[in-house]
Design a protein around this ligand. Sequence first.
Ligand SMILES: Cc1cc2nc3c(=O)[nH]c(=O)nc-3n(C[C@H](O)[C@H](O)[C@H](O)COP(=O)(O)OP(=O)(O)OC[C@H]3O[C@@H](n4cnc5c(N)ncnc54)[C@H](O)[C@@H]3O)c2cc1C
Ligand SMILES: *[C@@H]1O[C@H](CO)[C@@H](O)[C@H](O)[C@H]1NC(C)=O
Ligand SMILES: *[C@@H]1O[C@H](CO)[C@@H](O)[C@H](O)[C@H]1NC(C)=O
Ligand SMILES: *[C@@H]1O[C@H](CO)[C@@H](O)[C@H](O)[C@H]1NC(C)=O
Ligand SMILES: *[C@@H]1O[C@H](CO)[C@@H](O)[C@H](O)[C@H]1NC(C)=O
Ligand SMILES: *[C@@H]1O[C@H](CO)[C@@H](O)[C@H](O)[C@H]1NC(C)=O
Ligand SMILES: *[C@@H]1O[C@H](CO)[C@@H](O)[C@H](O)[C@H]1NC(C)=O
Length: 417
Amino acid sequence: MQWPKASTLVVAALWALGASCLPSTIDPRLLAARCSNTTKIYLQGSSQFNETSERWSVLGAPKVNLVVVPGTENDVAEIVRLADRYNVPFLAYNGVHGSITTLDKMDYGIEIYLGQLSGVEIASDGKTATISGGTNSKVVTDTLWAAGKQTVTGTCECVSYLGPALGGGHGWLQGRHGLIADQFLSMNVVLANGTLATIDAQSDLWWAMKGAGHNFGIVTSVTVKIYPLEQTNWAIETLMFTGDKVEAVYQAANDHLLKNGTQPADLHNWSYWFNLPDVDPNGPVIAMYIIQEGVTAVSPAYTQPFRALGPFSTTPQSGTYRDLAGWVGISLASPPCQKAGLANPRFPIYLARYNTTAQRQVYDLFASATTAPSSPFLDSLFMFEGYSTLGVAAVDAASSAFAYRGIGCWWRRCCRM
Ligand SMILES: Cc1cc2nc3c(=O)[nH]c(=O)nc-3n(C[C@H](O)[C@H](O)[C@H](O)COP(=O)(O)OP(=O)(O)OC[C@H]3O[C@@H](n4cnc5c(N)ncnc54)[C@H](O)[C@@H]3O)c2cc1C
Ligand SMILES: *[C@@H]1O[C@H](CO)[C@@H](O)[C@H](O)[C@H]1NC(C)=O
Ligand SMILES: *[C@@H]1O[C@H](CO)[C@@H](O)[C@H](O)[C@H]1NC(C)=O
Ligand SMILES: *[C@@H]1O[C@H](CO)[C@@H](O)[C@H](O)[C@H]1NC(C)=O
Ligand SMILES: *[C@@H]1O[C@H](CO)[C@@H](O)[C@H](O)[C@H]1NC(C)=O
Ligand SMILES: *[C@@H]1O[C@H](CO)[C@@H](O)[C@H](O)[C@H]1NC(C)=O
Ligand SMILES: *[C@@H]1O[C@H](CO)[C@@H](O)[C@H](O)[C@H]1NC(C)=O
């Protein structure tokens, strides 16, 4: 629903709000009067409200009672100013994959849904691009790809560009160029007092925006470094193992892939543990994904040590950068991109290398908690995302609030922590 601007209604609304000391929301007509005419406002009970407030995980989800979809960057500032004035909580919604349970503390207020602020504009020199605040990762990748360019983004196609970026942000190209946030050159951000500021490395906020950014404002656009698309080919080999191979598989990952933080920039390895009762009714299977850039088949130097361990299946595939999300199950069509009403808590940690004794203990605990056919946790997933860390460690740790920059190489003292 789109609200008409009507000054008489605005006056009436102001009076009504003045009479109540703790409004749970703002009169939509006030918002409509301040925002551009492409702004959309959805009330509880409408199908659009439902669609725009649905989240990926229902566990500890924030609760809102009005959705505003700003049409311009300045609209975000207007919404924040009104929310401040009437003391109404607000929260930016982007790819809605944020699932820390403290979001639960929001039990009423305004959702600022960033979906209309989507787009990527490449500068004429081809060295930078300006990405709107609500653009998702796949739109960034696809738009740059069409222009023969690329930059670091998160790997999952339905997650926003900025959600991961403001926390540092991991992705396939980090081994070459560093974190997503390491690409930032300047940004437009609506501060807590409703000021729309343009900031860059000269700002005292800059350090914080690269790692803890979600806490300091709503980013309405960001200008970032982009790179020529040099390697279009990528290849993957997926090796599946039964749980008796846990120690052997992760020892091989330490020895042949991670290599004490020197894992090459073109190489990534992920592994998942999940239940496949037809193959192994006693515990989850291990899927080891070895992914390499610039080749049509993953080098045997990386795959052979794993093949030698006796996987029950081995699947090589090749394609381009844009196939990666589908290969590891995080494309728009994959389960993690559906909003299925599931509770999806996640518990991330950083590891420098695999401790095979600990991997076995974790595996056994995971198996005992999830494998019984009657277990409500049968569909649980353990993910180990072993990106190359070279490009990340090459950036001064003091330059950003991201806390784990040196994790891949601390024993080599290669990073200033
Ligand atoms: C399936 C899946 C795949 C993932 N893949 C990766 C990955 O490859 N790399 C990686 O680093 N992380 C990844 N993550 C973690 C991801 O970085 C976080 O879950 C992130 O918070 C999701 O952002 P979002 O915009 O999708 O979620 P939202 O819930 O919309 O936003 C998350 C938080 O960021 C705030 N926020 C969003 N946009 C802005 C903005 N423009 N300005 C200010 N604040 C904003 C929101 O208010 C909220 O607090 C993944 C998570 C999932 C569930
Ligand atoms: C919306 O605003 C723009 C610019 O202010 C104006 O040109 C346009 O006519 C308006 N559209 C409508 C439907 O009011
Ligand atoms: C919106 O979702 C609520 C809660 O799930 C549901 O009761 C209601 O029928 C939905 N309304 C519309 C219009 O879809
Ligand atoms: C908002 O906060 C910023 C940063 O503290 C400050 O520079 C600016 O003057 C403030 N704006 C208003 C209108 O108070
Ligand atoms: C796999 O990833 C881990 C974690 O980043 C790393 O230690 C290991 O060297 C990688 N192995 C390969 C073969 O890339
Ligand atoms: C990694 O570091 C450990 C501890 O310093 C050492 O024992 C091991 O040989 C190193 N492995 C590789 C592959 O460099
Ligand atoms: C490896 O894990 C085991 C079991 O949790 C622990 O006792 C041991 O100290 C760990 N080793 C290292 C080097 O961290």
